[in-house]
Design a protein around this ligand. Structure first.
Ligand code: ADP
Ligand code: MG
Length: 329
């Protein structure tokens, strides 16, 4: 901020100076040399590791509902950023936070800080700096992760014949959008609606799976815009196409129950679940498919040399997926 009142400094100290792990084992292995309080944070990169960076901005009323609780917002903001590190196979280390606030409401900040802390502790990362400004509520989080040199999983390595997998059920968070007005009235939520809302507010970035895939996956992406849109990024970057089996697309019972025949289209086109979509050779898939790490992983199709996306329906008939189903604009 260009001009500071004492209030703004004490606000940062009070709510943001101690977020994330500081335990002894963490401190010992931590590359963080200097955290919050100076002009920059300082990281000492371990030998033969590369730094992966990703930033996401969430704007009130655009990327989250205006009446979201500050705790949920703290959890969700950090989780969605971490999902990008998961997709690269990086180990999260730290994050920075640029926070634009309409006012400094201590109650709101406390909840937000608790949400951030919850996720930061879960993934063993530390808040190491940021910026605080006044304006419409906007949150930008940049995450920093480490990956052994040359091992980051890119979008561009998928090869014809690879299996396409996803890390879990799809469409749940998209299904929750119809029920966000019930978020604060737990008495009015059925178990299945509660499950969908949980998937929207508390995404679980697949950080452990991502790191495991470093030596295995030929390409990976986290699903933030919908399976077809996001697989299409892999397809374009890799110069390939893909075929999906409709009956293999994982859909939760809860989504089926609440959304009926719309469940499949949500699973294909709704974002916000932050599962991973990745490709790997058939032999690698066969080696891993019964492992604990692959418990919720589903084989949903295969990479083709032909460009374009196709779907084999439950009836065995193949359909070309219309580009408008997976174009952003
Ligand atoms: P500068 O004016 O040098 O950019 P600031 O006065 O904005 O620094 O911030 C002071 C310190 O507080 C810095 O270390 C900065 O990283 C940290 N900081 C400011 N806002 C936040 C925030 N929202 N979350 C975490 N750290 C913050
Ligand atoms: Mg400065």
């Amino acid at each position: 901020m260009s001009s500071h009142s004492t209030d703004e400094f004490s606000l940062i100290t009070r709510f943001f100076s101690d977020i994330g792990k500081l335990g002894e084992s963490f401190a010992e292995k931590s590359p963080i040399t200097l955290g919050i309080g100076d002009d920059c944070a300082v990281l000492q990169l371990p030998v033969n590791q590369e730094l992966c960076l990703s930033i996401d901005t969430l704007v009130s009323g655009v990327h989250f509902p205006e009446d979201i609780s500050s705790y949920s917002l703290g959890c969700r903001s950090l989780a969605v950023s971490l999902s990008d590190l998961a997709a690269m196979g990086a180990e999260p280390v730290a994050f920075t936070l640029a926070l634009t606030l309409p006012d400094s409401n201590a109650e709101w900040l406390k909840g937000f800080s608790q949400g951030l802390s919850q996720v930061a502790n879960q993934y063993d990362i530390r808040l190491i700096g940021g910026d605080t400004t006044k304006g419409p509520l906007t949150i930008s989080i940049q995450v920093h992760g480490l990956v052994p040199a040359g091992k980051a999983i890119k979008r561009s390595g998928a090869r014809p014949g690879d299996i396409i997998c996803v890390s879990g059920t799809l469409g749940d968070a998209g299904g929750a959008l119809d029920f966000l007005h019930l978020a604060r009235a737990s008495s009015e939520q059925s178990d299945s609606v509660q499950y969908l809302l949980g998937r929207y507010f508390y995404p679980q970035p697949k950080v452990v799976l991502g790191q495991m895939l470093r030596d295995v996956a030929t390409a990976a992406i986290d699903i933030s815009d919908g399976l077809l849109a996001d697989y299409n990024h892999i397809a374009r970057a890799s110069g390939v196409g893909g075929v999906f089996y409709e009956s293999n697309i994982p859909i939760s019972n809860e989504l089926n129950l609440e959304m009926g025949e719309n469940a499949l289209s949500l699973a294909l086109s709704a974002g916000d679940d932050y599962e991973l979509c990745f490709c790997l050779s058939e032999s690698a898939y066969l080696n891993l498919k019964d492992s604990a790490a692959f418990k919720s992983v589903r084989n949903i199709g295969f990479v083709t040399e032909d460009l374009g996306l196709r779907m084999i329906g439950g009836d065995g008939v193949e359909h070309v997926l219309s580009p408008k189903g997976y174009r952003h604009f």
